[in-house]
Design a protein around this ligand. Structure first.
Ligand code: ADP
Ligand code: MG
Ligand code: ZN
Length: 601
């Protein structure tokens, strides 16, 4: 779980030899009046020569964390800051912005002429290269594949002028991240080639598992991690059933609620991006255009520029559109197609509302789309393990969409290892807004079996635990036999949901470890609340899984009963629902009473 915001700058952050220069640079060079949460902390760590990992929501101000140190002369770390950046457009935006502030910044990529590139490499040869260049933005491909560039870097390093290396959009380093790039993974070599050069990784999206993976891949296991809440309070989340004629619904939605406003529609394929954009244009008069990876670079740049400037209002895009997009007033993000992971969903919806104003995120969900995505995974290349992982990520999205009961924020933030109290959602998601009440099923028996099984084995993955409970992986192992097949009657999705719920209740903890072949694996271990479940002090109830068992109570009855039921389902109080299905409010249903063996918990 994340630590609360740090409101006072610790003395060590204001009494370093460079502290005064940092304040001056903030105000006079960057023209800002103060630091946002964690900025000064991250800047101090990197100026102290430590590795740092900065997790901040989109728009949070990650760039300053490395741009400001680049203009500070600490003596020892003075030199050129290398910034690895995945996109050319993003790179150019940053360079333009920095130059406008009179900071010496340049880009180095394959689109540039050899003359321009040699000109920059020439700076590396100067006795004081930082007098010519303070920040150099480069693509990961350049760092990995261009021998000339690498030779330049080595020369810089040998003369002690390679100040630090920045990995922006660091989720690309992890093959479990939603936007993995092989060239990013190779950046691990940087640590070996340039030992003692501080590394800073930055991203807006990383699950605990992906963080472990990134740290491992970059060899920055001992880095300082600066993270803060991933919550985006100004975003409203809604999942809608995707029905026939959905493009018409989207067109109506945009015209009725977002007339003349800016938004993004995400879809899966190039073809559908083109078709939807055309329909929105021709039948709804919306200033829409498609965007996907197969377009010519100039066309992509033009669409992005026009959208950025408000000439185009809606971009219908594949996930190729978005990383590094810095448009403040995106009022809506619509997922026409299911995202492949909750991480991707968070990242894509995160492009809305960067100005802090209310913005809306709609996800259109259909079972047909799940099926096509599953087929895509099956037919895709990649190892069986990767496919299993992709299926797991997709299942998590499916749970999210099927869930009509729990707060969307609670679900999303839990995915990022963060606890969120649904009270604080303030009805800014469809489920909290609807306040529906559902038929619940008691899963305590299975939950206890899961907890005992995991405790006996110390740690287990989702697949291992579910496999045993569902009776799928026969074993003579004594630690497994007792619980083998106890949840045979459940669907796999129910077992997964139950395990995630135990995680949300701190009855399970997440333990991410690098395995023998260097891959981050998510394990579950028993958590501090496990005992209460096993001792029968708490029960675990969930909305019964997909399959029509979810019953929404008519709203009249709902409002009449809301108060009583909200009270009745508070943890620690008793309720009439013991074992059978019971009707309770839109809360986690953890009830007291019942019985169960203790089994040493
Ligand atoms: P991120 O990379 O985290 O998405 P950026 O670094 O692009 O975010 O910053 C988002 C916006 O916030 C930029 O316009 C930036 O100038 C502004 N910003 C960052 N830090 C501060 C600050 N301390 N004070 C005022 N504005 C800031
Ligand atoms: Mg950024
Ligand atoms: Zn909510």
């Amino acid at each position: 779980m994340r630590s609360p915001p740090n409101t006072f700058a610790a003395p060590e952050l204001t009494s370093r030899p460079w502290s005064k220069d940092v304040q001056i640079a903030l105000k006079s060079t960057f023209r800002m009046s103060g630091f946002r949460q964690n900025q000064l902390e991250a800047i101090s760590a990197i100026l102290d020569g430590k590795d740092a990992f900065v997790l901040m929501p989109t728009g949070g101000g990650k760039s300053l964390c490395y741009q400001l140190p680049a203009v500070i002369n600490t003596g020892k770390t003075h030199g050129v800051t290398i910034v690895v950046c995945p996109l050319l457009s993003l790179m150019q935006d940053q360079v333009d912005h920095l130059r406008a502030l009179n900071i010496r910044a340049d880009a180095f990529n394959s689109e540039m002429s050899t003359v321009s590139r040699n000109h920059i490499l020439g700076f590396f040869e100067k006795p004081h290269p930082e007098q010519f260049i303070q920040l150099l933005y480069v693509t990961p491909e350049m760092v990995n594949k261009s021998e000339t560039f690498r030779n330049g870097l080595s020369a810089l390093f040998e003369r002690g002028k390679l100040a630090r290396i920045i990995i922006d959009e660091a989720h690309c380093v992890s093959q479990w991240g939603h936007d993995f790039r092989p060239d990013y993974k190779m950046l691990g070599e940087v640590r070996r080639q340039y030992p003692n050069v501080p590394i800073m990784a930055l991203t807006a999206t990383a699950t605990p598992n992906v963080i472990v993976d990134i740290k491992h891949n970059l060899s920055i296991d001992a880095c300082r991690v600066f993270s803060q809440s991933f919550n985006r309070p100004n975003l409203y989340y809604e999942v809608r059933q995707k029905e026939k004629g959905v493009v018409n619904s989207i067109g109506d939605l945009i015209n009725s609620r977002y007339d003349g406003q800016t938004g993004i529609v995400y879809t899966l394929s190039r073809k559908s991006a083109e078709e939807i954009a055309q329909k929105l244009r021709e039948q709804f008069g919306i200033l829409a255009h498609h965007y996907h990876a197969l377009m010519e670079s100039v066309d992509k740049a033009r669409v992005q520029r026009n959208w950025q400037q408000g000439i185009l209002k809606v971009v219908v895009a594949t996930i190729a559109f978005g990383m590094g997009i810095d448009k403040a007033d995106v009022r809506f993000v619509i997922h026409y197609y299911l995202p492949k992971s909750l991480e991707g969903y968070y990242q894509e919806t995160g492009r809305a509302g960067r100005d802090g104003q209310q913005s809306d995120c709609y996800l259109y969900f259909s079972y047909g789309d799940i099926k096509s995505l599953r087929n895509l995974i099956a037919e895709g290349d990649g190892s069986e393990e990767q496919k299993g992982r992709q299926r797991g990520m997709l299942n998590r999205v499916v749970h999210f969409c099927e869930n009509k009961r729990d707060c969307r924020r609670v679900e999303i933030l839990q995915y990022f290892g963060e606890r969120f109290d649904k009270i604080d959602c303030q009805r800014t998601c469809d489920n909290c807004k609807a306040g529906g009440r559902f038929v619940l099923r008691d899963y305590t028996k299975f939950a206890v079996a899961a907890l005992q099984l995991i405790k006996a084995n110390r740690r287990m993955t989702m697949a291992q635990c579910a496999g045993v409970l569902l009776g799928k992986k026969p074993s003579n192992n004594r630690l497994v036999r007792q619980h083998y097949g106890v949840a045979k009657e459940l669907k796999p999705t129910e077992v997964h949901m139950m395990i995630y719920k135990l995680l949300a209740e701190d009855a399970l903890d997440e333990d991410n470890r690098i395995n023998r072949v260097g891959i981050a694996i998510q394990y579950f271990t028993v958590g501090r609340e496990a005992k209460d479940f096993v001792l029968g002090k708490r029960k675990l109830q969930l909305v019964s899984s997909a399959g029509g068992e979810t019953v929404k109570v008519p709203s009249a009855m709902h409002s009449a009963n809301r108060k009583r039921n909200n009270e009745a389902s508070l943890p620690g109080q008793s309720d009439e629902g013991n074992n059978a299905e019971s009707l309770v409010s839109n809360n986690f249903a953890i009830l007291s009473g019942g019985s169960g063996g203790s089994d040493g918990f």
